[in-house]
Design a protein around this ligand. Structure first.
Ligand code: F0G
Length: 459
């Protein structure tokens, strides 16, 4: 096999087979990558070849928006790769949102990952992790989740019947659209008294103890699948690399995976230019922003300052600081992929910003009004671009792709609270979070059940 797992710590660099199940490097505790001996895998001359695969879409692996790119993530033979039709997503030239973001209309794009089978980008990674879990013979798979990973795991489990799903969620910390998916698809759902960070540390302990396969983004195979989001973005742009990719940052799996995709495409000589990466935190869950922009933490060739992060987390603990944001998908204070994200930011000349609840909700309303609605966390990417454009970091005529990570229907409460007229509901969901204005609200109008009154109102 030409693929292997490898510790990302340059002072360790231990390697392991792809048939081993590890959450991190057993020698030093760092994260693991999936790496390839590219000479042994079929060499690619250009990315154009992937377009021709589309004509073979009656083959489920060619139809899949992930496995279509199997040559760029060949850790299992294709026939072992599980697919439920993930990755049929669109890159939309979002002309109506562009003026809000401060970018020229023909240069602004939204990559709508809400079109995946479970309604979020997670399916890109889940098909890869799920394939690996089934390959190593696991009978159960688990994750901690703010909702989308669990919905994704649950759908793969229900559709394929290959592994049972067990999900850990913080009680009261998950939007109902997502919880309803996990319950409907039959996942064993464990609500623990705590937040995502608590659930994440518990699921790692439990899966180790019981030998349950872990599909959170510490799983390096999952991040392989998420590279396909970038492959599809490039494909939609006819292989022109955009100037910027903007993505919300939670557990930092996406940003890490995108960085790896560009490192590999560049190494393979398949792209010349590398985009800049903008990772956007919610202000209530801004560990990356603080560490990267305020404390100056850098990848430093893999020898990043671990003392800085240790002290940061100690202070967080002593202050009792917990993540809190309306963008519940990214309500995470201890991102497990921090080190890989630093690597991505280093390679892609990255920047990190934090955006307020107000900025997230306003950006979400703008995205919704353009026709491809998203959940609050996704809108952080647009809010972040607006901020970076206002600062002059992103120029108006640069090409920008924002990743809309999750579907609008995932979190209807946030949308209805913003647009609705129920004051108590607004106060409960948004008001108490400091969302003071709703300038883009599309308020419903109440009218008596009377033809004359309805007609006169619409006249
Ligand atoms: N956007 C959405 C809609 C998400 O669900 C998540 C993560 C993110 C952004 C952040 O992505 O972790 O790669 O930085 N949701 C995880 C979950 C944590 O459990 O569903 P990241």
């Amino acid at each position: 096999m030409s693929a292997y797992q490898c510790c990302i710590n340059p002072d360790c660099g231990k390697t392991f087979g792809v048939d081993e199940v590890l959450h991190c490097c057993p020698a030093c505790g760092e994260l693991l990558d999936v790496q390839y001996d590219w000479n042994a895998v079929k060499p690619l001359k250009s990315l154009n070849v992937f377009e021709s695969y589309w004509s073979e879409r009656s083959n489920p692996h060619r139809f899949s928006g992930v496995w279509r790119f199997h040559q760029l993530l060949p850790f299992l033979p294709l026939e072992k790769c599980v697919t439920i039709g993930e990755g049929q997503t669109v890159l939309q030239n979002a002309q109506r949102v562009a003026p809000y973001a401060g970018i020229k209309p023909d240069r602004f794009f939204l990559q709508y990952e809400g079109l995946n089978p479970s309604g979020s980008f997670k399916d890109n990674g889940m098909c890869a992790a799920f394939s690996h879990g089934a390959f190593v013979g696991a009978s159960r798979a688990a994750c901690a989740s703010t909702g989308n990973t669990s919905a994704s795991l649950a759908i793969y489990s229900a559709c394929t019947n290959l592994m049972q799903s067990v999900i850990f969620i913080g009680s009261g910390k998950i939007a109902y659209g997502k919880l309803s998916q996990a319950l409907d698809y039959g996942a064993k759902t464990i609500q623990i008294d705590g937040d995502f960070d608590d659930a994440m540390s518990r699921v790692q302990q439990v899966s180790k103890e019981l030998g349950i396969y872990l599909v959170n983004s510490v799983n390096p195979f999952r991040l392989e699948g998420q590279k396909a989001i970038m492959f599809r973005v490039l494909e939609a742009l006819r292989w022109q690399v955009p100037d910027w990719i903007a993505v919300p940052g939670g557990n930092l799996g996406n940003s890490s995976s995108f960085g790896k995709a560009f490192i590999e495409l560049h190494q393979l000589g398949l792209i010349k230019k590398v985009p800049c990466l903008a990772v956007i935190n919610a202000a209530g869950a801004d560990t990356l922003y603080r560490l990267y922009e305020k404390e100056g933490l850098r990848w430093n060739g893999g020898r990043y300052d671990k003392n800085l992060t240790k002290k940061f987390y100690e202070t967080m603990n002593s202050e009792g600081r917990k993540a809190s944001t309306i963008a519940s998908a990214i309500e995470i204070n201890r991102p497990v992929n921090l080190s890989k994200c630093l690597r991505a930011l280093d390679f892609c000349n990255g920047v990190v910003r934090e955006v307020s609840e107000q900025e997230i909700l306003d950006a979400k309303a703008q995205v919704g009004a353009s026709g491809l609605g998203c959940e609050p966390a996704s809108a952080a990417s647009v809010a972040g671009v607006k901020k970076l454009a206002a600062e002059g970091i992103i120029a108006k005529d640069e090409s920008v792709v924002c990743i809309l990570t999750g579907h609008q229907l995932k979190d209807p409460n946030a949308t209805v609270a913003y647009h609705g007229t129920d004051k108590d509901f607004y106060e409960e969901i948004l008001g108490k979070r400091g969302v003071k204005t709703r300038v883009f609200a599309n308020h419903p109008v109440s009218v008596a059940n009377d033809l004359e009154q309805i007609v006169s109102m619409l006249r």
